[in-house]
Ligand binder design. Structure first.
Ligand SMILES: O=C(O)CCC(=O)C(=O)O
Length: 273
């Protein structure tokens, strides 16, 4: 009987490709599945210094005119990378072998890059009520179905307790508290700390250039409770192809094709939809 090859689905193709990724031994098994996060070891990301220089330049150019969101907790997106030309150094970091290895291993397939963002948050009046992402949450209210993503946060300024550090609970703890939790909903400290010892929260502080990979779908987290020192943060996130929300997708542009057009792997990371 004639055998007919079963067509390979897009997602299967992405899983198969995992084996062809360029790999660094030091990054193998960096992310503990039950924790849902990992600190990025300093010195292993050759594309990072250019991102720091670029972020500083964007900050110097835009800070004076930065329009903060009317809601004090939002701060400003100083830059949103809709295409390669908007922020080549951020895209070079996002598309680097090192970040792709970590994101792909965690998601179990060659993932899709979503729009990188440069966040600026500024001190707010003492006593201002907390809101939005300043409250514990996981997932996103506009896409509650998404269960997993790989988010990279890299400090572009020195961040300490006064600059509203990103603060989170490991996935193992997060997934056990609040069994009826609806993804994207906000939880007060009071409610969370009735269930969890505050000592179990982890704060992401560090000098400019420090990095964290965290699954914000699995780990409860908050940030931006800035008391006295502004914070500049680069956010790069990857999703599974199936989950990649339309409004955060990156456009495939001339600049991208010039640099990565010959790489079938990178074509999957910024696909043509
Ligand atoms: O800016 C922060 O530290 C919080 C970010 C956040 O809530 C998120 O990435 O989902």
């Amino acid at each position: 009987m004639e055998s007919v090859a079963r067509p390979v689905s897009a997602d299967e193709g992405r899983r198969e490709r995992l084996r062809q990724l360029p790999r660094r031994r030091e990054l193998e098994n960096l992310i503990d599945e039950s924790a849902g996060y990992a600190w990025l070891p300093a010195g292993l990301f050759p594309a990072l210094p250019a991102s720091l220089d670029f972020a500083r330049k964007v900050f110097d150019e835009k800070n004076a005119d930065a329009v903060l969101d009317a809601r004090p907790f939002r701060g400003a997106d100083l830059l949103t990378g809709t295409k390669y030309e908007d922020a080549p150094p951020f895209f070079d970091l996002a598309l680097s072998d090192e970040l792709l290895q970590l994101a792909a291993d965690y998601l179990g397939e060659i993932p899709v890059l979503m729009r990188p963002r440069l966040w600026l948050t500024k001190p707010q009046q003492p006593g201002t009520e907390l809101g939005g992402t300043q409250l514990f949450h996981r997932g996103r209210p506009d896409a509650r179905q998404i269960q997993r993503q790989a988010k990279f946060l890299v400090t572009m300024s020195d961040v300490d307790e006064c600059s509203g550090p990103f603060t989170f609970l490991p996935a193992g703890i997060s997934e056990k508290v609040l069994p009826g939790y609806r993804m994207g909903d906000r939880i007060s400290d009071e409610e969370m700390y009735r269930l969890v010892d505050p000592a179990q929260t982890i704060q992401f502080t560090g000098p400019a250039g420090a990095g964290l990979m965290v699954d914000t779908m699995r780990c409860f987290h908050y940030g931006r409770r800035v008391s006295s020192k502004e914070r500049l943060m680069l956010m790069i996130q990857f999703m599974k192809h199936f989950d990649a929300v339309e409004e955060d997708r990156v456009e495939r542009s001339e600049g991208f094709l010039e640099k990565f057009g010959a790489s079938p792997l990178h074509q999957l990371v910024i696909p043509e939809w």
